[in-house]
Ligand binder design. Structure first.
Ligand SMILES: [Zn+2]
Length: 399
């Protein structure tokens, strides 16, 4: 058991060491497992011949699946999220990018593992299996030698491009895209959409999270901000953002809380766990909107942690001030007049065409006429500003 303890410490220090000792760790781990009920995997499973078990299972409760030998369901020790069929890669991704309650040292350990994960192109592997004797066309070309490091670098760049430019992952499987890659670098087999949206995406996320954590280590007086919304799929989502005094923002987590009752206590409990992970002394503020449950959460956190200043989001205050200003008769008259102009040009194709032509001739920058909507309060300003900016164009059209 002494060696087990040593390995536990080493886990937090060096990923390479973990890799070498994984096999040994596995055998020790199995021998220490005890079954509490009949369904829990018993220590007899150490006799099963196969690949060594991933160390990620140390952080999940493992249950065998009926009629599916060798496969297990998994329940996270920290957030109790359940996976009907636990796969090491998916479980590692959960600890690094989904689990908000995973202890920071465990998270760091797996961030290193995920960040260094070699991305395999599943599509390519399948093809190779079908006809292993066939040589790839790229083998006959001089410029096609691609080292693993180079391939991983290209994969990373590709993943960043897809995500940051919001390119649909399905594009990766499009023949024209594959041809484009082949034209650029014949030896490069672009990954399929599944590989990009799973392995590459999580690997990149892990690299960025490691970077963020390093930056957060030197930060003080961090503010936690949170907000909830419903996505087009009708899922209730909450995000938790960390803001530093020099205005850097870091996304800590986006949680799908559709299955929960989002009470003030629930939110407070969640916020408290984040506070404990980052460290009480590093948190200076908590910002939420004016929703009832957020008010309760702010009150609970404020009473428990007097050091943390709890605030109602200033943008919501400005929204209320703007609403009050817009209720003034002068504002109502101005907005109504602007709306008459906007409505006319939106309904008249010829009018809009003449206005567009005039804007081009007069070389007015900043775009055309803008509409205002009640739910986007800044659009009232955009609408009035566009009318003032396009004054000469309106005069030109009216002649
Ligand atoms: Zn979890």
């Amino acid at each position: 058991m002494l060696k087990y303890g040593q390995i536990q410490i080493n886990n937090q220090l060096n990923f390479q060491k973990i890799k070498k000792k994984r096999k040994y760790y596995f055998s020790i781990h199995l021998s220490k497992m005890q079954s509490d009920d009949n369904q829990t995997v018993s220590s007899s499973s150490k006799n099963v011949v196969g690949r060594p078990e991933s160390i990620v299972w140390d952080h999940f409760h493992k249950r065998s699946i009926d009629k599916s030998r060798g496969h297990f369901s998994a329940t996270c020790h920290y957030c109790e999220k359940q996976y009907t069929r636990g796969k090491p890669d998916i479980l590692e991704d959960h600890l690094t990018s989904e689990c908000a309650f995973c202890p920071i040292e465990i998270r760091n350990e797996f961030l290193e593992i995920v960040a260094n994960r070699t991305v395999e192109n599943k599509k390519k592997t399948k093809k190779t299996k079908l006809d292993p004797k066939q040589s790839a066309l790229s083998n006959f070309m001089e410029s096609t030698k691609l080292t693993d490091t180079r391939r991983d670098a290209i994969n990373s760049a590709l993943g960043r491009f897809f995500v940051t430019c919001s390119i649909p992952f399905a594009v990766a499987d499009h023949p024209f895209f594959i041809e484009f890659c082949k034209q650029l670098r014949p030896a490069y087999d672009p990954p399929c959409r599944t590989t990009i949206s799973t392995n590459i995406l999580h690997s990149e996320a892990a690299i960025i999270t490691i970077k963020i954590q390093k930056e957060l280590q030197s930060e003080e007086n961090i503010t936690i901000a949170l907000d909830g919304w419903t996505d087009p799929g009708n899922r209730q989502l909450y995000n938790f953002i960390l803001m530093t005094p020099n205005r850097h923002e870091y996304l800590w987590a986006i949680e799908d809380v559709s299955s929960e009752s989002i009470t003030g206590e629930f939110l407070a409990n969640y916020i408290e766990k984040i506070i404990n992970i980052i460290g009480q002394n590093k948190i200076a503020g908590l910002v939420t909107d004016g929703a009832g449950n957020c008010k309760v959460a702010r009150k609970i956190i404020g009473e428990k942690y007097p050091r943390i200043i709890t605030m109602w989001c200033i943008a919501h205050h400005i929204n209320l001030i703007s609403k009050d200003i817009c209720r003034h008769q002068f504002a109502i008259n101005t907005i109504n007049k602007c709306q008459v102009l906007v409505t006319f040009f939106l309904r008249s194709h010829q009018g809009m065409s003449a206005l567009r032509e005039s804007i081009n001739e007069l070389k007015i920058k900043g775009g055309g006429i803008k509409t205002s909507t009640k739910t986007r309060w800044s659009t009232i300003y955009d609408c009035c500003e566009s009318i003032v900016r396009l004054r000469s164009a309106f005069e030109d059209v009216s002649i």
